[in-house]
Design a protein around this ligand. Structure first.
Ligand SMILES: *[C@@H]1O[C@H](CO)[C@@H](O)[C@H](O)[C@H]1NC(C)=O
Ligand SMILES: *[C@@H]1O[C@H](CO)[C@@H](O)[C@H](O)[C@H]1NC(C)=O
Ligand SMILES: *[C@@H]1O[C@H](CO)[C@@H](O)[C@H](O)[C@H]1NC(C)=O
Ligand SMILES: *[C@@H]1O[C@H](CO)[C@@H](O)[C@H](O)[C@H]1NC(C)=O
Length: 258
């Protein structure tokens, strides 16, 4: 009985610790361009083909759409970078796989890719872009911004609950196990909703990938592609592990006798 109790406590602790670690990595995604945060993102918007898409749509040579200066300021019409990766606190814009600049970081950052991209383009190109992309979730900044802003708080509460479940579980007291169980239940519910919102947002934003420009006889892709980042998988892994910790916490709470 004692041995079974210890096994339960041990596995619950291991599961909630795994959830917390996944969430910590999710939170540090894109906070700067050093190698670990750089490799973690909620979503990637790759605009490296947009010059060709714009050329197909306008049949005019496109000049000065991109910058190759990795440290050029963001949101100041200094030129598009090749791709943009979003984390929970902001985004980084990369000219190549290792060189980029990050935006200012804020809690509950709103994911508004269209605003961000057009603010890097020269004025005439952002007007052309407004003219070309007329309907897509991608350009619906209030919708994307509101949902990702709300999802941030759910993921944050989920993270705090995972940390509290882990800490209470370490106390090894029947009442503390009850608290751990409660935190694991609340936390996994929050993570479920937060991760679902982000996943839905990304799936809807991905509709831009099939956008076609040019005339009917010679259609071309727009050249903006959206893809899901690995931080979403971290959020789902955290949900799964925190959910799995509920049962062993519950059993520990009922059977632990000091
Ligand atoms: C961006 O998209 C282009 C094709 O449009 C592709 O060749 C390139 O590898 C992509 N870059 C990244 C970083 O995903
Ligand atoms: C790149 O941009 C930064 C910041 O605006 C500027 O200081 C630097 O001179 C630029 N570098 C080049 C090669 O243009
Ligand atoms: C990326 O760009 C930076 C600055 O333009 C350059 O120093 C670096 O060598 C490039 N890296 C790769 C992998 O192309
Ligand atoms: C980032 O913060 C600095 C200082 O607060 C401000 O001057 C700058 O405009 C901000 N940049 C953006 C892109 O919001």
């Amino acid at each position: 009985m004692q041995l079974r109790g210890e096994t339960c406590i041990g596995s619950a602790t291991l599961l909630s610790l795994t959830a917390l670690l996944c969430l910590i990595f999710m939170h540090i995604g894109q906070i700067n361009t050093s190698s670990v945060p750089r490799g973690i993102a909620m979503i990637r918007v790759n605009v490296s083909g947009y010059g060709e898409g714009l050329y197909a749509a306008l049949s005019d040579p496109i000049e000065g759409l991109y910058t190759t200066n990795a440290s050029a300021p963001l949101q100041q019409r200094a030129g598009l970078r090749n791709y943009y990766d979003w984390g929970l606190y902001g985004y980084c814009a990369y000219v190549n796989s290792s060189a980029g600049t990050c935006s200012n970081m804020t809690a509950a950052n709103r994911f508004e890719p269209y605003k961000i991209l057009t603010s890097d383009m020269l004025g005439n190109y952002s007007s052309f872009t407004d003219y070309i992309i007329t309907s897509s979730t991608f350009i619906d900044s209030p919708y994307l911004g509101n949902f990702t802003n709300g999802a941030y708080y759910l993921l944050l509460i989920g993270t705090i609950c995972a940390a509290l479940a882990l800490l209470c579980g370490i106390l090894k007291h029947p009442f503390a196990f009850l608290l751990s169980t409660a935190f694991a239940i609340i936390g996994s519910a929050m993570l479920l909703i937060g991760a679902t919102i982000w996943t839905v947002i990304i799936k809807k934003t991905e509709s831009i990938n099939g956008f076609i420009v040019g005339n009917a006889s010679d259609p071309s892709p727009l050249g903006i592609t959206v893809s899901m980042g690995n931080a979403i998988y971290l959020a789902w892994a955290a949900f799964a592990t925190l959910l799995a910790s509920i049962l062993p916490y519950m059993i520990s709470c009922c059977t632990f006798r000091g």
